[in-house]
Write a protein that binds this ligand. Structure first.
Ligand SMILES: N[C@@H](CCC(=O)N[C@@H](CS)C(=O)NCC(=O)O)C(=O)O
Length: 245
């Protein structure tokens, strides 16, 4: 199978964590895709377009060996779990599952909306829509505080909601520490402050092999646009063969 994704390993990717936990790691062709790539002032985004296989032209996008395209990280995680070889990341239907998928939803939203904030800050500072930050921050803070209360209770296992937590929290941390454009409301935001339970859980969880598989490690494969487009062509051919397009 293929996973098209942004190979920035300065944060944890939940689809990669899920793939690793479910025993699929060695079955995946990783395809670097940069939806917003900017090379030497020239926007090269189109060179990495995967619109031919995903109408949203977004990453992550998973493609099965028969060319079926599964997009939306939640759908990709569900596929990986439904075909797991080693363990499952979605608990059986019941309170534990509803808890896991609710944390998945919470943290997907925090991640996705943090990306929106980052994009807002690509504009000149006097054009930032401060209302956007005022709308989002209370949700992020309340969400992190809820996770802190949950962490204090403790969890029995590591599920897809936890993979999503690592994704969102590591991205929030990365944005606060390394982005030049500082947040207008929380310029030095530290998610760990007053959240000792969540902080301890995070430090332990990032030791998992599924996280160590990529977190803070350079991507070492082919990240050229030519490679990306060659994979898209291969998938289109497969779709013709299997009628999966
Ligand atoms: N809800 C989507 C969000 C994915 C997403 O926002 N991807 C961004 C990059 S992090 C993207 O591909 N953006 C390109 C675009 O919107 O054109 C998911 O969970 O898969």
């Amino acid at each position: 199978m293929w996973i098209f994704y942004s190979p920035f390993h300065t944060f944890v990717h939940k689809v990669l964590v899920t793939a690793h936990e479910c025993g699929h790691w060695d079955d995946i062709t990783f395809v670097p895709t940069f939806p917003f790539k900017n090379n030497d002032g020239e926007d090269q985004g189109d060179a990495y377009s995967i619109a031919a296989i995903n109408p949203l032209d977004k990453v992550p996008t998973l493609v099965t060996d028969t060319g079926q395209v599964i997009y939306g990280s939640q759908a990709a995680c569900e596929y990986l779990d439904g075909t797991a070889k080693t363990r499952n990341m979605y608990p059986a239907p019941g309170p534990d599952r509803w808890d896991a998928v609710t944390r998945l939803a919470l943290c997907d939203t925090i991640f996705e909306q943090t990306v929106v904030m980052v994009m807002e800050q690509w504009k000149p500072e006097d054009e930032w829509n401060i209302g956007l930050f005022e709308w989002l921050w209370p949700k992020f803070i309340a969400g992190l505080d809820k996770l802190e209360r949950d962490a204090q209770q403790g969890w029995r296992d590591f599920d897809v909601g936890h993979a999503s937590m690592l994704h969102a929290i590591s991205y929030l941390g990365f944005r606060a520490e390394f982005y030049e454009a500082k947040d207008p409301l929380y310029p030095n935001f530290n998610w760990r402050e007053n959240r000792p339970g969540l902080s301890a859980w995070f430090d332990e969880a990032i030791q998992r092999p599924s996280v160590q598989s990529h977190y803070n490690k350079d991507f070492e494969g082919d990240s050229s646009a030519a490679f990306c487009q060659a994979q898209v062509q291969e998938i289109l051919a497969l779709q013709k063969q299997h009628g999966t397009g």
